[in-house]
Each structure stands twice: as C-alpha cells, then as structure tokens.
Ligand binder design. Structure first.
Ligand SMILES: C[S@@+](CC[C@H](N)C(=O)[O-])C[C@H]1O[C@@H](n2cnc3c(N)ncnc32)[C@H](O)[C@@H]1O
Length: 241
C-alpha cells in the first residue's frame, strides 16, 4: 500500500479545498488523511491491484478527486454522481483536475487571478497545480472519469465499480434528497448500491456521526471512527436485497 508514499510525495496542502481543487459554499470537503486511510483499508478487502472508484453522493467531487490524485496507481476510473445538478457540475470541474489538460487550465486560471489581483497566494496555488500535474504524469497520467446526476436511491442497471467511498448527508450542511426511503436512508442507500454493484465490490460509507447504523444482519468488514466522523466498510453482496 502506498499511503505514506503518496502523502509524502504529494504536498497535502496542495489538496486543501479551494486551493487547487474547487470548493463552493454549502459543499463540505473531506479530511484528506481520513480519505486516504479509508481507501487503503478498503483496498485490502477488495483484494485487487487496481479499482474503479465511485462516489454516489459526491457533492463537489472533492473526496473522489483527492483519492484519484493520491492513489493514481491504484485507480483506473473515477465515477462521481449526485442527485443535485449543481453538485454534479462542480464535481465534473474537479474531476477534470485528474488530467494534464485540466490541471494546466487551472494553473492558467490561477496565474490570471495572480495578475488581476496582485496576490502572491494565487501564484502559490498555480505552482501547486503545476506540481500536481507533474506528479500525475509521473504516476500514470490522465485518470479516466465521469460525473453525472443520479439519485442513489433509484439507480438502474449495473455499475462497473469495485470500490465505493462516500460521505453521506448529515445535519444542517447537507440533506438527503431524491426518493429517500422513509425511516432508514442508510439501509436504502446500501440496498440500492448492493443492487447495482458487482458482488465483490466494497462500500465505504462515512458520515458525521458517532456510528454508522447498518441494516439488521449486515456485518461490517471494518468500522473506523476518526474525529467527528464514523465509517463502515461493507461487502456489496452482503447488502444486496
Ligand atoms: C456530505 S455531502 C458529500 C461531500 C463530498 N464527500 C465532498 O467531498 O465534496 C453529501 C451529498 O449527498 C448528496 N445527496 C443527497 N441525497 C442524495 C441522493 N438521493 N442521491 C445522491 N446524492 C445525494 C447531496 O446533494 C450532497 O452533495
């Protein structure tokens, strides 16, 4: 596993929300180290060298993009979907940062802001974009990706993903929307994912809560608690209806 390696090689401050990756009011980010730790734990359970990653409640796409940048060698495709069209649009713009062209555009945009506003902070961010591009090029190059609008509760067809990592709505900041099942959104989310994912896939669900409540009879592969967040890792076939 390449956690320390990846984190040391890529300057983590370059991955802070709003620095090179885009953020917007109402779109919470996700702690970079926790994202990487959850990814690595899940990779052990997936048992494959590489995975197709999917975040079905992607918000700004921050979590999916950070994982793509940090773990380029282990990811062959990134999918990010959200019920909210503005979120999917922002996620598409962040996922473009998984390509040389997207990072070059971002670098140019930040250099323009540095010229227009005369602020050295923009120059630093432009340099960070360039460094991320060099790092990406050295570790496999452009990462194929897609962003789309989709309600996680009413997914159709099969989804070709081996690993889901997602941070679900909590409290005031983000709320469930779409065809939310009454009473147990978490159970509905897992059943829906279990329906469309291959049996071997691993699902990592995180939320700002003390403990992720799993449906009766579903055993977590692992549970993780860090700061204000809890996460549970489950196997797709164990949550399939
Ligand atoms: C906590 S945010 C995700 C933040 C994200 N991890 C990031 O790094 O930017 C939760 C997201 O779930 C989305 N959401 C709510 N209901 C949904 C549904 N039924 N299907 C898909 N996404 C949904 C919200 O629109 C919100 O963007």
């Amino acid at each position: 596993m390449s956690y320390r390696y990846a984190v040391e090689r890529t300057d983590n401050s370059a991955l802070a929300g709003g620095h090179v990756l885009r953020s917007a009011p109402g779109f919470p980010g996700f702690p970079v180290r926790l994202a990487s730790e959850l990814f690595q734990r899940a990779m052990v359970h997936v048992g494959r060298e590489t995975v197709r990653l999917w975040d079905p409640c992607c918000g700004s796409g921050y979590l999916a993009t950070v994982l793509g940048l940090l773990h380029r060698e282990e990811i062959t495709h990134v999918r990010a979907t959200d019920v909210d069209a503005d979120a999917a649009h922002l996620a598409a713009r962040n996922l473009r940062l998984l390509t040389a062209e997207g990072l070059a555009e971002r670098e140019e945009e930040l250099r323009r802001s540095a010229r227009d506003f005369g602020r050295v902070a923009f120059v630093e961010r432009a340099v960070a974009a360039r460094n991320l591009a060099a790092d990406l090029a050295a570790r496999g190059g452009d990462l194929p990706h897609e962003a789309a609008v989709a309600d996680v509760f009413s997914l159709e067809g099969a989804v070709a993903a081996d690993l889901v990592v997602t941070d679900v709505p909590y409290g005031e900041m983000t709320r469930w929307a779409g065809a939310v099942p009454e009473g147990d959104p978490m159970g509905g989310l897992l059943a829906s994912l279990g329906r469309v994912l291959p049996e071997h896939a691993v699902v990592v669900v995180s939320a700002r809560t003390r403990r992720i409540a799993l449906p009766e009879g579903v055993r977590a592969l692992e549970r993780v608690r860090i700061g204000s967040r809890a996460a549970a890792l489950v196997r797709a076939r164990d949550v399939a209806p």
